[in-house]
Design a protein around this ligand. Sequence first.
Ligand code: SAM
Length: 280
Amino acid sequence: MRFEIVTIFPGFFTSIFENGIVRRALAEGLVEVGIHDLRAFTHDRHRTVDDRPFGGGEGMVLKPGPLAEALGSLGIEPKAVPDASGAKAPTYPPSHTRVILLSAQGRPFTQAAARELATLDRVVLLCGRYEGVDERINQLYCDMELSIGDYVLSGGELAAAVVVDAVMRLIPGVLGNQASGEFESFGVADAEIDTEIEGVPRSQHGAGGLLDYPHYTRPAEFGGLSAPEVLLNGDHLEIRRWRREQQLRKTLANRPDLLENAVLSKEDRRLLEAISQEDG
Ligand code: SAM
């Protein structure tokens, strides 16, 4: 899989991609990243990429010309423009490339969106700056706008790095243990897990959209607190039950919205009821 990042700050990504899993995935050729300096697609001596907004107002806007040229250099052509009568542009066959505009106005970037992107051959990420990108770039070239959260960043670079990291770790071979990507927060439902780990407690027993459970390691005593006894006794069934209950507790406490779409068993529902009653 290949990521193409279009940015006015190519140096931003240097240290980010030089560490941890991302560095290993790049070194092993499991993933490729192309960083494209938007200023390389300007033609004036100041290498101008921005201009004042039509209609007045704060700040500057990234000009469409350099962005269109940058995309053209990646073999990405504009979509057909809707005609004046308002007729819709023709739809295109699904391709294995997606062009994504990072934007606070985009739809939320979730683990489900990451899983979808991880199936593609190429993801092109456009990083906005200033007040954003001329909207015609969105209309002509972008398949979607993605937001990494309900806050405003000063540029799309951090958001692009977040997308690359979250998508990359779902690509087969990138994580040392492929099952890790399934058994963690926002994981898939049990039924979708094809990994059978006999005898060893599946870390989440199918997260089904819940948050992960708390993790502990040595020493067993720390800061006056003990690691939960159940994790030390080696009873895999008990461990699995405890972890599932912790997932439910954590999700109920921190992200109750996730419970609406989570895959819950009868036992999960009974536990949730009991936890809610405990909490009054
Ligand atoms: N005027 C824009 C608005 O109010 O939505 C904010 C522009 S922001 C200062 C500059 C750039 O940062 C955006 O074009 C976008 O690429 C990026 N950005 C800001 N917040 C983001 C978010 N939550 N998710 C993804 N990208 C974001």
